[in-house]
Write a protein of this length. Structure first.
Length: 455
């Protein structure tokens, strides 16, 4: 049976107090709507329809993709009206309705819900809450069968006691949905077209509404304000941390650890506090990450040590290499095995050979450096002439003295040495010494200037 999905995402989200449409606010570094889209895609529907309204242009521009059909709901007249904008585009047998502001819904829960369609039933996701205030209540008859959903504002006192609520997520046959939607009225307290009224129509047409519950109530937690957004974020991060711990990672404090992307981990990894992992991060066995590090789109091979306050982006650190504290690896930095990068060092588009050391106060950009080379403190590559970038190539076993300016394009051969304080702008051959500094002169009997006393 074919499936299409409708995601309702047209609301402004007044309580966010924001110019950004609510569904674009982020959880774990991705917009809420993109979380929902990702889960929807895993169900392999033939199409996903997204109903947009407030900030439609921004939402569309940010998330446009071939499998997504964006449908405009010009006026927000209710969830039923929103659904009605999408139903004309549906050609599949079944439809699943999701909400753009309920981002953490799990695919395994949705699969359970969809199963009911196979048995000719409607699948409705409900949850029991200690405090059901604000939500639509699930009304059941004496046999326990669902007969209707009543919105908070339309409830009577006894209905308000019901704590089984509507999550908004449900699965229905497509042709039936279109029919029921066309019969909705806005004759209710809010004067809105409620998609939830579909349930009582289905029941009166003889359909059975089967219910499922999520594994965890946070799966169906909707965000209306920034307090709820923060709560969802913390929930997500705690869960992400637990997931990594289950795979053999020690987190010194799961409450001070954030993942904003996808992380692959090995065993016996140790992560200190306030670490942020972003994008695609691969961490192999026995890696140690110190406190306050940000690691983005990078790979850390076995035994890597990243010390406190380091920032990595688009980097690869080879086996047993070390970096930090206070170090920055920018895009295209590749460290060979056992290489060492120390404090206040910045690397960009630079390869360091095995065992090479760059320990203090250095900038290397567009450089290729052989194995076992030592870069003295305070060295910089002058890789940019104001118009173009140029490469610096250093061989193996090179010794660059402290405080060198390496003016690119430049080659320094294997085993070569440069003197401290040199500005090296000519190639140095294998095993040569390059010296490029003014020679020192000592003057005898030098008299220092003296201050004249004011009278
Ligand atoms: C809705 C349900 C309620 C349920 C609750 C769960 C209805 C009538 N009520 O109430 O039973 O308990 O969700 O969170 O459906 N939207 C549009 N266009 C509109 C109105 C809403 O796209 O005209 C979208 C919103 O962007 C949002 C979703 O639909 O993603 C839900 O709308 P919202 O106004 O938050 O509904 P609730 O009052 O929370
Ligand atoms: Ca809501």
């Amino acid at each position: 049976m074919s499936l299409e999905i409708i995601i309702l995402a047209a609301g402004q989200g007044t309580r966010m107090c924001s110019t950004l449409p609510k569904v674009l606010h982020q959880v774990a570094g991705h917009s809420m709507l993109s979380h929902v889209i990702r889960s929807a895609r895993q169900l392999k529907p033939s199409r996903i329809h997204i109903v947009i309204g407030y900030g439609a242009d921004v939402v569309h521009k940010l998330l446009a993709a071939d499998d997504l059909n964006f449908v405009l709901q010009e006026q927000q007249l209710g969830t039923g009206h929103a659904t009605a904008q999408a139903t004309p585009f549906i050609s599949a047998d079944n439809v699943l309705i999701l909400y753009g502001d309920v981002p953490l819904i799990e695919v395994r829960t949705l699969r359970r819900l969809l199963k009911h369609l196979v048995f000719g039933q409607i699948g409705l996701l409900t949850v029991v809450l200690d405090d059901p205030t604000g939500y639509g209540r699930i009304i059941r008859d004496i046999d326990g069968k669902v007969v209707a959903i009543v919105e908070q504002k339309d409830t009577c006192e006894s209905q308000r006691m019901i704590n089984e609520i509507n999550t908004g997520i449900f699965a229905v046959p497509a042709n039936k949905l279109a029919n029921w939607i066309s019969r909705l009225s806005n004759n209710n307290v809010q004067g809105e077209y409620y998609v939830t009224d579909v349930i009582k129509m289905a029941v009166s047409d003889g359909w059975l509404v089967a219910t499922e519950q999520p594994y965890n109530s946070m799966e169906v937690y909707g965000v209306n304000d920034r307090k709820q957004l923060a709560r969802l974020e913390r929930h997500y991060q705690l869960r992400a941390g637990q997931h990594l711990m289950a795979q053999g990672v020690t987190l010194l404090d799961p409450a001070r650890f954030d993942v904003r992307g996808e992380v692959t981990v090995g065993r016996d990894v140790l992560i200190d506090i306030n670490v942020i992992l972003e994008g695609r991060v691969i961490i192999e066995d026995n890696v140690v990450i110190g406190p306050n590090c940000i690691i983005k789109d990078s790979t850390l091979r076995k035994g890597v040590v990243v010390k406190a306050n380091s920032y990595l982006e688009g980097a690869v650190m080879g086996e047993d290499s070390e970096a930090g504290p206070f170090m920055r690896l920018r895009f295209g930095s590749v460290l060979g095995a056992r290489a060492q990068v120390g404090n206040f060092v910045e690397l960009k588009n630079t390869y360091l050979g095995e065992g090479t050391k760059v320990n203090h106060l250095t900038y290397l950009g567009d450089a290729f450096i052989g194995a076992r080379t030592n870069i003295g403190a305070g060295t910089i590559t002058c890789n940019f002439d104001g118009a173009k970038k140029h490469q610096t190539v250093l061989g193996e076993d090179v010794f660059i003295g402290a405080n060198n300016s390496l003016v690119a394009p430049l080659r320094v051969g294997d085993g070569a040495t440069t003197a401290a304080g040199s500005t090296i702008n000519q190639d140095v051959d294998n095993f040569q010494l390059g010296v490029a500094r003014a020679s020192q002169r000592n003057i005898n009997g030098w008299k220092r200037p003296v201050k004249t006393k004011k009278t």
